[in-house]
Ligand binder design. Structure first.
Ligand code: ADP
Ligand code: ZN
Ligand code: ZN
Length: 740
């Protein structure tokens, strides 16, 4: 019998070992083992049990033994890991690492245990011993211990020590004479503390929910062509309630469920809803857990003590062995993409895990990604739509403000008169306002103040990226670079600009305009820790603030019934980002932030300020019309063959010597070229839009097309199995979420 084992340092290769006869019964795919490696022993995981090895059997060494300090990986997760390594072009070891939290992998954390004591004799014998001991004064302590133990059944050392006249030596003598026995019990951290949560019952479903639940039933019973359902429901349509009821069905079948939510939505509010329905048989995996908590949670799942895991990206790898359902909430979120190797997209891996384990997958969103809409259109996913609100809240009233008509001479073009009026109204009425500025990709596009000309790449239909230090305009998709013009190419005006205003400036303007108002700002520069974030939100919740100013951070999942106004200061800001997802992100953000208005009894109002009232994305956002936006966006992507109409891989090169880097990147690309066919387009390599980070230059090559499997294999060989010159690093990003 042969086992292929991957170890910490073997990178992308599995090494073959012989399985000694005495281990044959015990070794499975996923087993943790110790193997000889050179002169040392290393820990590893069994990836496969192949029939034969490319090496002669006489050259193979035997496995040294099972590794007791490392947990085994469920076999189906190993298969998932191998798929990740292949699809995302990462090493096997990186993929396997992703499956196991560091706390489990390291083997350094041992379970915390405590001893529990019981009487090891029959009731009659125990009675006799108690009577005998009680008669002798020297044995009084012994009699007391036995008496307490008899009535309690089992006791920990702490409770034993509370017995009057308890003596350790009596306890030890009792143990030595096998009158009592001690057993180890694993003590686990209690992540919930002892807060009491009122249980909740399933709500009678609305007609929309009923349809979604019926479709889920068909899917669960294997009556549908696909086991992935896209649940497209507007905010408040009751998606979460659908998740809860679907999970309940899966639990009834004796199976388990995973719920993925973006880290930022993993709030006490969300958790309370799950706990009130399912009690504490729920494992929560978020980034703030300590190593020990993470270790304990993983083991609780692995041992089948809990049946539901809820968490951010990494919860996807919860080691359930009988998975029935994976829910991915807010499936369109780009934070589901991991930014380091393996650069996987949790939503897509969820679909894959579902496939491997024959489990159902529900992808929920109010604004599904173009990828998922495309899959729903072509029948790969089932589609359930929920168009009406489950509670009495009405959609907010949307009001457009054309910033170009506002007089810039009044000094604060970011605060239009109607918006200022609306905020003042709210302050007077004791209601709250949110002012939102989307800063992403800001101040990098060349715009003419005179005629509103914007510099676009003629080939790719994306904005040129302006580089101040180089004085160039470049396209990150085709690598085209031109010198930055000093005057506008359209009207020759010298007033080209790339100015900007951040939330800080907004805050100072707001303080001047709304004198005496209680204002706080929330953005990632300011919010260093989760505590800062919670503290501001808590103040806002308690009504101690009138205005909250912020970026993306405040767009998501917050429920504040007293917020009746949302001001989107520059709705078109994100549209200038040099990314083919710019429209999609803008639409999603506007929809989300608009949803913050009017979550209570009071109807919400949204002021959308823009310089581009005629832009299609802005128009569809104003109408909160997802269907129209999606049709428009998919058409655009099809025209330019962007994903989902093609596959995209980004290859990033980094190095401190730019000349060497440019040479190497070109060389690398030339070696790839033979693997490209007519349906594959290589663009670049050229300087990345952000050309230098931390003193290192960045070059980008994009590969776009269909049938990229061979290309992936070639990339892997070039990126991992070759040594790169100097300090050059090569990173591969399959299905990138960002090309900046
Ligand atoms: P979503 O996840 O789509 O935003 P939720 O599941 O959070 O929607 O539901 C929005 C609100 O409507 C919640 O307050 C929820 O309790 C309520 N709700 C959901 N489903 C029902 C139902 N079937 N009957 C009554 N209220 C419901
Ligand atoms: Zn101009
Ligand atoms: Zn281009």
């Amino acid at each position: 019998m042969i086992a292929r084992v991957v170890t910490e340092l073997s990178l992308d290769r599995g090494f073959d070992y012989l399985v000694p006869a005495e281990l044959e019964e015990k070794i499975r795919i996923g087993s943790a083992v110790t193997v000889p490696f050179g002169r040392t022993l290393r820990e590893g995981v069994v990836l496969a049990l192949p029939e034969s090895s490319p090496y002669p059997l006489s050259k193979l060494k035997p496995i040294a033994g099972l590794c007791t300090s490392r947990a085994d990986v469920p076999e189906k997760l190993i298969a998932l890991g191998q798929w990740i390594a292949e699809y995302y072009c990462c090493s096997q070891e990186h993929a396997i690492r992703t499956l196991l939290p560091a706390a489990v992998r390291s083997g350094k954390i041992r379970p915390k245990t405590r001893k529990l004591y019981t009487i090891a004799k029959s009731a009659a014998e125990a009675e006799q011993l108690i009577v005998e001991s009680a008669e002798k004064s020297s044995l009084r302590s012994r009699a007391l211990i036995l008496r307490e133990l008899r009535s309690a059944g089992t006791m920990s050392i702490d409770s034993l020590k509370n017995i009057p006249n308890f003596s350790m030596s009596s306890l030890n003598t009792l143990l030595k004479n096998e009158i009592i026995a001690a057993e180890e019990e694993i003590v686990r951290a209690d992540i919930f503390g002892d807060a009491v949560i009122m249980p909740s019952k399933p709500l009678p479903p609305t007609p929309d929910q009923q349809k979604a639940l019926a479709l889920f039933d068909e899917m669960r019973q294997g009556k549908t062509a696909s086991k992935v359902m896209l649940l497209h429901g507007v905010t408040n349509s009751g998606k979460t309630e659908v998740y809860l009821q679907c999970i309940a069905k899966v639990l009834e079948e004796g199976k388990s469920a995973i719920v993925l939510v973006p880290e930022i939505s993993l709030t006490p509010q969300t958790l309370r809803r799950f706990r009130s329905r399912f009690g504490d048989a729920l494992s929560v995996l978020h980034s703030r857990l300590s190593e020990r908590e993470r270790y304990d949670e993983w083991n609780r799942i692995n041992e089948g003590k809990v049946r539901i895991a809820i968490g951010a990206r990494s919860a996807l790898f919860a080691p359930f062995r009988n998975l029935g359902l994976i829910v991915v909430d807010e499936e369109h979120e780009s934070t589901y993409k991991q930014s380091e190797s393996p650069r996987y997209m949790a939503r897509d891996v969820a679909v894959m895990r579902g496939k491997f384990e024959d489990a159902c997958v529900i992808l929920g969103s109010a604004t599904p990604s173009a990828e998922s809409m495309f899959n729903a259109k072509n029948g790969k996913f089932l589609l359930a739509k929920m168009n009406s609100q489950a509670n009495d809240n009405a959609a907010p009233v949307m009001r457009l403000v054309d910033l170009r008509l506002e007089n810039p001479e009044d000094g604060n073009p970011l605060f239009s008169k109607p918006l200022i009026e609306a905020v003042r109204d709210r302050i007077a009425r004791g209601e709250q306002s949110i002012l939102f500025l989307n800063l992403r990709g800001y101040a990098r596009v060349m715009v003419c103040k005179e005629c509103s000309y914007e510099a676009w790449c003629p080939e790719c239909s994306v904005h040129y990226t302006y580089s101040k230090s180089r004085q160039t305009l470049s396209c990150h998709l085709c690598g085209n670079v031109i010198p930055a013009p000093e005057s506008c190419p359209e009207c020759s005006s010298p007033t080209v600009r790339f100015d900007g205003a951040g939330t800080e400036k907004i805050e100072s303007i707001a303080r001047a305009v709304f004198k005496g108002a209680r204002i706080a700002r929330m953005d990632s520069d300011l919010m260093r820790s989760a505590n800062d974030y919670e503290a501001v939100l808590e103040k806002f919740r308690r009504g101690e603030l009138d205005i909250l100013i912020g970026t993306q951070m405040i767009a998501k999942g917050l429920h504040f019934p007293n917020v009746t106004l949302v001001g989107i200061l520059m709705a078109d800001l994100g549209l200038s980002s040099p990314d083919f997802r710019a429209s999609e992100r803008t639409f999603q953000l506007i929809t989300q932030v608009a949803g913050r208005a009017g979550r209570g009894e009071l109807r919400g109002e949204v002021y959308l300020q823009t310089r581009k009232p005629d832009n299609e994305t802005i128009i569809h956002s104003m109408n909160l019309d997802f269907a129209a936006f999606s049709a428009y966006d998919l058409e655009f992507r099809e025209l330019f063959r962007y994903p989902p109409f093609s596959r995209l891989i980004a290859v990033w090169f980094r190095g401190s010597d730019e000349e060497q880097l440019a040479d190497y990147a070109s060389n690398f690309t030339e070696q790839l070229r033979p693997y490209a066919h007519e349906k594959i387009k290589l663009a670049g390599p050229g300087p990345a839009p952000i050309a230098r980070i931390k003193g290192k230059f960045r070059y980008l090559l994009t590969i776009r097309g269909e049938g990229l499997k061979v290309m992936r294999q070639a990339l892997k060989v070039l990126a991992f199995h070759r040594k790169h010159p100097g300090d050059i690093e090569v990173a591969i990003d399959v299905d990138p979420q960002s090309l900046i």
